[in-house]
Design a protein around this ligand. Sequence first.
Ligand code: DGI
Ligand code: FE
Ligand code: FE
Length: 202
Amino acid sequence: MDLKKLRKKMRKVQDEPRYEHTLSVAYTAANLAAVHGGSVDKALRAGMLHDCAKCLPDNEKLELSKKYHLKVSDVERRNPSLLHAELGAYLAKDLYEETDKDVLNAISSHTTGRPDMSLLEKIIFVADYIEPGRTKAANLRQIRKLAYEDIDRAVIRILQDTLEYLTKTKSDIHPGTQRTLEHYLKQERRNDGSERNCKTGH
Ligand code: DGI
Ligand code: FE
Ligand code: FE
């Protein structure tokens, strides 16, 4: 589906603030793709679609999860909003004609991230957090800069701050969020190690 049509569709299924956020994520993702050498076109489509299931009422989220045979964990049953990412990927395919696997994965992983994300998945995960309409999160100035310099470190900072926020507000932690952080911290430690080895010639 072309971008113009996608915009029209999203304007219908999202409330106004959500639609504004969607446009901002799409344009932020496009910029990140340009900087990091990804596909600007896919970044725009994934950005436009990432929250396509967000505005469904909780009971419809649960109903649709049944229809698509999604495994709904206890954390997700208590917080059905968490389902909008995975559900969004199914709706993108069935309602909005999205066939690109990478775009669908980026929609599916945008809330918790996942280990071994593709560049596009990281771009959508990060764009969702840093788009200009976001103002409440801690360290936004720093993370916005980092997003263009070192996207993996931006992913780590976002996950750390999200987990800290969830802990402070006594919210359920989705195991996926924790798992993603552990993966990227491990990867960072490996990279730091190999850089040191390089410098000392070992
Ligand atoms: O859909 P958006 O609001 O644009 O952004 P999102 O898809 O990243 O969802 C944001 C919400 O998801 C935010 O309120 C924090 C929440 N979230 C992320 N990881 C977890 C989580 N909520 C719970 N309960 N557990 C998590 O691990
Ligand atoms: Fe979302
Ligand atoms: Fe979003």
